[in-house]
Design a protein around this ligand. Structure first.
Ligand code: SAM
Length: 224
């Protein structure tokens, strides 16, 4: 008997399982974040041949030694950005474009910076295949931020930095939130920074392991 379930149905079912058993069950409560992760087809953001692994509870390689983050970590970072429909968001490290797609579901505008041309091109292609036209991918050193779009209500750094790059703190709006993995090259502390009255308050969200942020205010390529 022919399998009545199409591949698209299978991916939809896997995505629902991902949201329930990897994300909601670990404490993510924001229904908008859960809905965005249920909607965005993550399998369109992984390299050919890895689609069947797209909904597994782990990061996956996307080429150039880089990764698409584990779904749960994407959810934690997104929830902590506290996005509103009018929020202006800056992402550093476009990678596959998946995190940017989730942000675009929840915010008013998204700029995502990627230092590697090849990945920026792939992120643009993946976003187009997923039908997302509202993300602007910029090629450059994201540690310097993107002044033309500043100030931002939310900034997310999806690569690990020894400290929070000062230009990004400067480009954060009053009341804005910044989430970043900060610490040594192998594993780091996921930090949430909130800017209030021109001062910054930081809290720790727990341990994570990200690839390095390479640039003027991050790691130098020679450190690696
Ligand atoms: N957010 C991505 C996604 O959804 O697939 C995953 C990002 S991956 C963990 C980290 C990315 O940061 C890589 O694509 C890497 O090339 C990029 N990167 C590292 N340093 C950067 C910098 N200074 N500016 C912009 N991108 C940077």
């Amino acid at each position: 008997m022919a399998d009545a379930m199409t591949e698209t149905d299978r991916f939809t079912k896997e995505r629902e399982g991902m949201v329930e058993f990897q994300i909601r069950s670990r404490g993510i409560r924001d229904e908008r974040v859960l809905a965005a992760m249920r909607k965005i087809p993550r399998h369109l953001f992984v390299p050919k041949g890895l689609e069947r692994a797209a909904y597994e509870d782990r990061p996956l390689p996307i080429g150039e030694g880089q990764t698409i983050s584990q779904p749960y970590i994407v959810a934690v970072m997104t929830e902590n950005l506290e996005l509103q429909p009018e929020s202006r968001v800056l992402e550093i490290g476009a990678g596959s474009g998946y995190q940017a797609a989730i942000l675009a579901e929840l915010a008013g505008s998204v700029v995502s910076i990627e230092r590697l041309d090849s990945l920026a091109g792939r992120a643009r292609g993946n976003l187009a295949r997923a039908g997302i036209t509202s993300v602007r991918i910029v090629i450059g050193d994201g540690t310097e931020g993107y002044p033309p779009g500043a100030p931002y209500d939310a900034i997310i750094i999806t690569a690990a930095s020894p400290s929070i790059p000062q230009p990004l703190i400067d480009q954060l709006a009053e009341g804005g939130r910044l989430i970043a993995p900060i610490g040594p090259k192998d594993c780091q502390d996921l930090v949430k920074l909130v800017k209030r009255d021109g001062r910054v308050e930081t809290t720790s969200l727990g341990g994570v392991c990200f690839v390095p942020l390479i640039g003027e205010f991050g790691w130098s390529g020679e450190d690696l």
